[in-house]
Design a binder for this molecule. Structure first.
Ligand code: TMP
Ligand code: ZN
Length: 411
């Protein structure tokens, strides 16, 4: 095993404590966004283990896999999903209305293909920071956005500041969980944010992950699984504080955290302390809670495998949606091309490829409509409502969706 491709942590990424305990082992899993041009049985795999910090209660991966190994073929384009496009349109409008005036600068960390930045009005200056070359290129070409093609850190923050001045808003959607060095992130935020600026971040919320058993959202790119208490601790260490939080249904349940400097002008909203209380009540400060979660996950694996075994041979089964998390589920549950004939996905860059580790062909949705297979395993379960609505005809004609979340079901 090429151990140099990943490192294991000894200490918590937030508080530095060495009291970190492993509670979940999802086995050896490849980089789940690396859809392959051809089946590849010898694809590299890395341990996928999750630990809990007894000191600050931060939940995080035990291993950090090198970025180069994770992003060889980056195929995640935010604007590929209509629901996300709408989400970001509304989001841009809200940030602009609440925190920005004409001429202000908004910088987005991990701006992907520009789906959020492009939806700010012309009065607002925008700058994106995005390490994946191909999506950054799309952001430039499609929307004419100014993008720094780097991973955000203190140096990039200084470069951005020299180019455009201080930012009145920093936005980070579904990227903070990807950052190994959270302290470097905060140094960057500190360097770039205006004195009374706002840092808005969206991250999947640990309460939702646990309550809905969303174990497949755990993969190497997602290093941290945030709850409010450990997040507050990180912010506090760097002179920042949370003043508001919204809970959102996106990505299986997320929080949008609004952050300012400790001497910032905005009043802290009640929800911040309410969520801290809720997290303690739900046992997110105890290892035992996470150990229970791990045994649910293992039971879940058996149930899904059992169902698929019963169906196999008698009927055709395909996958619906090829999100990265689908590849966690397929790898962990050992589901490959013997079980799923193919997977359909709307993202053109994924069509014609094979799923990493399980070698299932990815095809356009038209194949699904032509074939009408008896069963479709809904791997993109976070879009369940939209997809069930879109595929009414399929279900009317006796097609059935296998829902993997929050528990195995047929609809
Ligand atoms: P995401 O959960 O990471 O946004 O990924 C969802 C994947 O599912 C993405 O590859 C697009 C795909 N998808 C479909 O194939 N059909 C759909 O109707 C929707 C909403 C998404
Ligand atoms: Zn800690």
């Amino acid at each position: 095993m090429p151990t140099e491709r990943y490192v294991s942590i000894d200490d918590c990424r937030i508080c530095g404590s060495s009291s970190v305990s492993e509670f979940l082992d999802l086995g050896m899993v490849p980089a789940v966004n690396n859809f392959q041009d051809a089946p590849d049985a010898s694809i590299e795999k890395y341990p996928l283990k999750v630990v809990f910090c007894e000191e600050c209660n931060h939940v995080q991966l035990e291993n950090t896999v090198q970025r180069e190994a994770l992003f060889q073929h980056y195929t995640y384009f935010s604007s590929a999903s209509d629901p996300l496009l709408n989400h970001f349109g509304q989001y841009a409008a809200e940030v602009e209305q609440d925190f920005l005036t004409a001429g202000d600068l908004v910088v987005e960390l991990g701006c992907n293909d520009g789906v959020l930045l492009s939806q700010f009005s012309d009065e607002i200056q925008t700058l994106g920071v995005e390490p994946a070359e191909n999506v950054a290129k799309t952001a430039r070409e499609r929307h004419g956005l100014d993008i720094i093609t780097e991973l955000f850190d203190a140096d990039v923050a200084m470069e951005a500041r020299e180019r455009h001045g201080e930012a009145q808003a920093l936005v980070a959607n579904n990227v903070v969980g990807h950052i190994d060095d959270l302290h470097e992130l905060m140094h960057g935020v500190d360097a770039l944010l205006d004195d009374d600026g706002v840092f808005v971040m969206e991250v999947p919320y640990l309460i939702d992950l646990i309550n809905n058993a969303e174990f497949d959202t755990i993969y190497h790119e997602h290093i941290s699984y945030f709850a409010v208490r450990p997040l507050s601790r990180l912010l506090q260490q760097h002179g920042f504080t949370l003043f508001n939080i919204e809970r959102l249904s996106i990505h299986g349940g997320s929080i949008r955290a609004y952050i300012q400097r400790q001497d910032g002008s905005r009043q802290q909203r009640q929800i911040v302390s309410n969520l801290r209380t809720l997290e303690r009540a739900l046992g997110l400060d105890e290892l035992a809670t996470f150990e229970r979660f791990a045994s649910d996950v293992s039971r879940y694996r058996s149930q899904l495998r059992e169902l698929l075994k019963d169906i196999e041979g008698d009927a055709s089964v395909v996958g619906y949606g090829a999100p990265a998390k689908g590849n966690v589920l397929l790898n962990y549950c050992d589901i490959d091309a013997n079980t799923l004939d193919y997977i359909v996905d709307t993202t053109p860059a994924k069509q014609g490829t094979y799923t990493p580790g399980t070698d299932i062909p990815v095809r356009p949705p038209s194949d699904f409509h032509d074939d009408s297979p008896e069963y479709a395993l809904l791997l993109a379960w976070n879009y369940k409502d939209e997809i069930l609505e879109k595929e009414r005809e399929y279900r009317k004609q006796d097609g059935q969706f296998i829902l993997p979340q929050p528990y195995v079901d047929l609809v």
